[in-house]
Design a protein around this ligand. Sequence first.
Ligand code: ATP
Ligand code: LTN
Length: 327
Amino acid sequence: MKKRIFSGIRPTGSIHIGNYLGALKNWTELQNKYDSIFCIVDLHALTTPTTAKNLQEKIFDLAAVYLSVGLDPKKCLFFVQSHVPAHAELTWLLNTIAKIPELERMIQFKEKSKERRSNVNAGLLDYPVLMAADILLYQTDAVPVGEDQKQHVEIARTLAKRFNKNYGRTFNVPQVIIKKESARIMALDNPEKKMSKSASSPYNYIALTDSSDAIREKIKRAVTDSGTEIKYSPARPAIANLMNIYHCFSGLTFEKIEQKYQGKGYADFKSDLAELIIAELKPIRRKIKELKNNPAQIKKILDQGAKDARIIAQKTLQEVKKKMGLI
Ligand code: ATP
Ligand code: LTN
């Protein structure tokens, strides 16, 4: 039997090349090898205040992105988290074994609560428990994510083990899958921070829907380090990040890239990098636009996905309830 993977993205902001390289692109390869489930985690998105109209739009946009990068509903299952009520229900049950200090220790919780000190909702603290419920409901073997989510997968493992110990074996304990080179794409305007869709400046990221001109402009404006050489060194984080993006889009090793740009400056390198990104994103951007004109098709796929997901999730939830004495 094939091993199962589960992953998800929040329908917020603009999906960028960090999400694409760190998550989506891997998923399109993994769907051929694994029994794959991909979720649009709208309940997680609610921890960032927004309007109903905006969230609804973002859910459809993200579904269009999933389809446009090559996720195939014939090969994998994908659905919207809130369409499967078992996610919220299992979250409550897992809350009774999750410990507050272990949630307070999460880097994402610390960062997000620092950003908006006056509006730290309980959902932000509980975020990893909902994520654990997502993963554990499907008896997941592995979770493909970017580096920033490693700590959250670790909590899912801890809760699975704790539940199994307290109530008897119920959950699979999942592994994390992180693709080393694309695990952490840094922001174009600050190579010390990861590229992020909630960034305040659009110069932080390249969105999958950016026009070719916008991509050229953003790469041109990307910060660089002192010096002029195209040479990889962790001590020069800006050029290291751009070279890493170059590597992810071209497949060329750092040595090959260095050879190619020997004696040339940032301008040549950046201009080629922009064209590489444009070549890969252009067909995706076109497909997204096409699909957005056909919301009925997206709705049909999401409805079917939720139907299939509910069957798997319900089975685990019943088992959990039985073990806890609720049935
Ligand atoms: P936000 O800024 O709203 O928190 P985000 O850009 O971090 O959003 P998420 O929805 O949290 O995006 O992440 C979706 C997936 O993309 C996760 O698997 C995450 O690890 C991955 N990811 C996010 N940012 C990067 C990045 N800069 N490099 C590599 N992978 C990333
Ligand atoms: N928290 C993740 C999104 C997410 C997820 C999941 C990822 C929610 N549930 C389950 C993997 C498995 C993030 O990227 N911010």
